[in-house]
Design a protein around this ligand. Structure first.
Ligand code: HEC
Ligand code: HEC
Length: 289
């Protein structure tokens, strides 16, 4: 159908010449402001494509003349944060640990660094935030096998426990059952007695016999009342926190075949600032001594 441009009688505007069933289309142009915004967007896109990473090129892409990238931006802010803390971390590694915790600003930085280092290195064994699990002591309670002062904790992190390091804590509970030091029925008697200390069994007719075996074989390390001995890492047996579980079976297992848990030494793997930060973080978890 041939188009015929004419004036609309009501608005005085041109029509486009399109007509359907007597309805004519007015030729109303896009508003000026809209066209301008559109042109500005095109200009912006053209500049952006040149400056920033944009056009895909097979396996790679056009990197943009500014050389900006989002991973680069993250790396930069991490580097900036490290630079901000570098001076503090240096002091945390050099000062005696008691001096580090006495300085509120250094302590704050150490707590942050310690939390990160803990998640990276310690969490697999001690659980998130040091909640512990069977065989791996909780670090978030005020229960300490070897002592809970800052220097105690620092020393353990550096040299470990039964780690093979020359300065590691050493101690070995004898394998009373396995090595035949106690007969099987004596193992049962003494374990039952220990269970009364744990509070999971009530004293009964055999308790006295168990107590006698305990005094002869166990009290030297665990104390006469089973109160434990931090200088050799012998756990208290009357406490509610148990390294290897609080069932009668767990006690018998330990009397037969002790595990002698190993805590690795870290002074060969972590720098002094990280070790001090870890000690301060662990000490803060459960209220160290
Ligand atoms: C391979 C497992 C393992 C890893 C990893 C590990 N630990 Fe331990 N840790 C142990 C064991 C096992 C013990 C208890 C040993 C024992 O005395 O029977 C222990 C004990 C400790 C103790 C002494 C607790 C007490 O009650 O006296 C501290 C403190 C400690 N670990 C801190 C850390 C820190 C900090 C890290 C990370 C740098 C870490 N551990 C990494 C296994 C581990
Ligand atoms: C030479 C010191 C020593 C003697 C003697 C000793 N123990 Fe132990 N005991 C330890 C140490 C150290 C541990 C923890 C270390 C490990 O095996 O991982 C321990 C752990 C235990 C545990 C586990 C505690 C927990 O929290 O889960 C029990 C139970 C126990 N001993 C009972 C006994 C009994 C019963 C005797 C006597 C028949 C005895 N021990 C004799 C040193 C000793």
């Amino acid at each position: 159908m041939p188009t015929k441009i004419e004036k609309d009688v009501y608005t005085g505007k041109d029509t486009t010449g399109h007509e359907w069933d007597g309805i004519k289309e007015l030729d109303t142009p896009l508003p000026k402001w809209w066209i301008n915004v559109w042109l500005v967007c095109i200009a912006f896109a053209a500049v952006y494509v040149v400056l920033y990473p944009s056009i895909p090129l097979g396996t790679t892409y056009f990197k943009g003349v500014l050389g900006w990238s989002s991973t680069g931006a993250v790396a930069q802010s991490v580097a900036a944060m490290n630079a901000r803390h570098a001076a503090d971390m240096k002091r945390i590694g050099q000062l005696p640990i008691m001096q580090v915790t006495a300085d509120p600003k250094l302590k704050e930085v150490a707590l942050q660094a310690g939390r990160i280092a803990f998640a990276e290195n310690c969490q697999p064994c001690h659980g998130p935030a040091g909640t512990g699990r069977v065989g791996y002591p909780p670090l978030d309670t005020n229960f300490w096998l070897w002592g809970g002062t800052l220097p105690d904790i620092q020393r353990i992190i550096m040299y470990g426990i039964r780690s093979g390091d020359a300065k590691a804590h050493e101690s070995q509970m004898p394998a009373f059952g396995h090595d035949g030091i106690l007969k099987p029925d004596q193992v049962v008697l003494v374990s039952n007695y220990v269970a009364t200390l744990f509070g999971i069994e009530k004293p009964g007719p055999t308790t006295a016999a168990g107590e006698k075996i305990f005094e002869d074989n166990c009290a030297a390390c665990h104390g006469t009342k089973g109160q434990g001995n931090q200088s050799i890492g012998a756990p208290p047996l009357e406490s509610r926190v148990h390294l290897y579980g609080d069932s009668l079976a767990a006690i018998e297992y330990q009397v037969n075949t002790p595990r002698a848990g190993v805590m690795p030494a870290w002074h060969t793997r972590l720098d002094p600032a990280t070790i001090n930060s870890l000690a301060i973080y662990v000490h803060s978890l459960g209220g160290g001594e």
